[in-house]
Design a protein around this ligand. Structure first.
Ligand code: GLC
Ligand code: CA
Length: 546
């Protein structure tokens, strides 16, 4: 049985029980009618987020950038791009968020800079420039061509090397040629980037989302990738493929260094975008509690809509992660097709219940709570080097032109579905997805077992995924029906009351009766009665008929 950590640990480790909300600044709220979201826009909307019930926001990059990769090509780590506002606007956002008890983490993009960053402009100026070794330079292959067979992560880019005519060498770029990779084997780079972390920590941020940390260190001799896997652009798929341009052992020294910097400040954290689906390997990025606090689970969002598939990932997490490592789950972000599009809008409610009731820190993506879907864009609108614009369209605040996002013309179009899928309309409808999120977040906030309790799978079949969350004798049963038809689950013994259902036929407080019936696409949370004073998971024993 799990028992509660003491209150000092709970506040130090606030990120374990927190729900995060990712904001893509370009697309959240535009305060000055130029059609592009900005920091002041976000500040104005913080009240909405507080009422929604989230605990922390993650801001995607808002730093000066030529915007080739929409801010993931940074040309100054310690400033705000004028399109998003100023440092003063950032300070105001942070102060307002903190006054509403919302923590703020910012994106740290250490693998590469923009090719317009002064460091790279110097580095490429001559082979003898003092900043030459800040980036990864290599001679072309004999007879010309790239120095080795490494590929960019973006299919469209091809090779990860570009020849710089002036100095006759190639520089490495894991993404576009406008994003040269920094050389993290150079201590000067470490020192400079440590100053970047301190700059934001001193301003008061609560932590960082770290962009592609598994890519920071490359093979020291820049050796070719083995021919049989040389076509792989990422480390997705099992087991970890042994690529030499990512996941090198020395990367863990860097993560310990970051952790030391963060640990000098109270209650700070980092979550890493470790794009590795091999869980034991990804788990190494937690270190021994001395690297990342959280590592995004890259398998979770990639599952098909199947209870067995999600139960398998969750089971693996529960078995594999060491005690000090805490899971982090997400279904949507700015790089993925939105979950409501991948799985279908009718599944958004069950998906929400699952995301917000598993053992681990959930990350929501702006608009997920109102059921935003990907927007099909014609060529006129697509600007992203990897075609991700469709999942980055403006937040839908209200019906009408501009959707309350802007009074100007939005940088990406608002789809016709915004007429109904928007904050204002959904707030008025008690059965809306937005109101389900609000209820779910309330239930989660009031029930410690949902935040910090153990998680044990009770039943998985073709239709349902049922699990038990337990803390200090408090036991909550979550039952999710993935099927488009109703189903019943039989348990030998089950007494409890409903805390929540996605569907209208059940009211909170109602007694649960056996057999447990679930409507199509229904998710429920039941608080179980303590039967004999020594509650255990086996008290809920499934008889697998459904
Ligand atoms: C990460 C970001 C993605 C970006 C890439 C390069 O994967 O999430 O948006 O394109 O890194 O910075
Ligand atoms: Ca603006």
């Amino acid at each position: 049985m799990s028992s509660s950590p003491d209150s000092a640990a709970v506040s130090r480790e606030w990120w374990k029980s927190a729900v995060f909300y990712q904001i893509y600044p370009r697309s959240f709220a535009d305060s000055n009618a130029d059609g592009i979201g900005d920091l002041r826009g976000i500040t104005h909307r913080l009240g909405y987020l507080q009422q929604l019930g989230i605990d922390a926001i993650w801001l995607s990059p808002f730093y000066p950038s030529p915007m080739v990769d929409f801010g993931y090509d940074v040309s100054d780590y310690c400033e705000v791009d004028p399109i998003f506002g100023s440092l003063a606007d950032f300070d105001e956002l942070l102060a307002r968020a903190h006054s509403l008890k919302i923590r703020v983490i910012v994106d740290f993009v250490p693998n590469h800079t923009s090719d317009q960053h002064p460091w790279f402009l110097e580095s490429r100026a001559s082979r003898l420039n003092p900043k030459r070794e800040w980036y990864v330079w290599a001679d072309p292959a004999p007879g010309g061509g790239p120095p080795n067979n490494w590929l960019s992560c973006f299919e469209r880019v091809g090779a990860a090397w570009t020849l710089d005519e002036r100095t006759g060498q190639c520089y490495l770029h894991s993404y576009t040629p406008h994003q040269p990779d920094l050389n993290w084997r150079n201590p000067d780079v470490c020192a400079a980037m440590e100053r970047v972390l301190r700059f934001w920590l001193d301003r008061g941020v609560d932590g960082f989302r770290i962009d592609v940390p598994h890519r920071l260190i490359k093979h020291s001799e820049l050796q070719n990738n083995p021919p049989e896997i040389a076509h792989l652009r990422t480390a997705y798929g099992q087991p970890v493929p042994g690529l030499r341009n990512l996941n090198q052992p020395e990367v863990h020294d860097l993560l310990r260094l970051f952790r030391c910097v963060l640990d000098a400040y109270p209650e700070r954290m980092a979550v890493g975008e470790v794009g590795i689906t091999d869980l034991p390997e990804a788990a190494r990025y937690y270190g021994r509690g001395d690297e990342l606090e959280l590592v995004f689970n890259f398998s979770f969002w990639a599952q098909p809509w199947s209870p067995a598939a999600f139960a398998r990932v969750v089971g693996e997490v529960e078995r594999t992660l060491p005690a000090e490592a805490w899971p982090a789950y997400t279904l949507s972000n700015h790089d993925l097709s939105r979950a409501a599009t991948r799985y279908g809008p009718e599944r958004a409610q069950v998906a929400a219940v699952m995301l917000l009731t598993l053992r681990g820190t959930p990350f929501l993506y702006y608009g997920e709570e109102i059921g935003m879907t990907d927007v099909q864009l014609d060529a006129r609108w697509t600007n992203d080097p990897d075609d991700r614009d469709g999942a980055r369209t403006p937040m839908q605040w209200e019906p009408g032109l501009g959707a309350g996002f802007t009074t100007g013309s939005p940088w990406l179009p608002v789809p016709p579905t915004a007429r109904t899928a928007n904050v204002t309309t959904e707030l008025q409808d008690p059965r809306s997805l937005l109101n389900l999120y609000r209820r779910l977040l309330q239930v989660r906030c009031r029930n410690r077992a949902l935040q910090l309790g153990s998680c044990e799978t009770v039943l998985v079949n073709d239709a349902v995924f049922v699990y038990l969350r337990e803390l200090d004798g408090e036991r909550l049963l979550v039952a999710l029906n993935f099927a488009d038809h109703s189903t019943t689950c039989r348990f030998d013994d089950l007494k409890g009351t409903y805390l929540l259902s996605t569907h209208a036929h059940i009211d909170p407080g109602e007694h649960a009766s056996l057999p447990l019936r679930l409507e199509a696409n229904e998710g429920i949370i039941i608080r179980l009665e303590v039967s004999d004073g020594t509650p255990s998971a086996t008290a809920v024993s499934p008889s697998p008929t459904s």
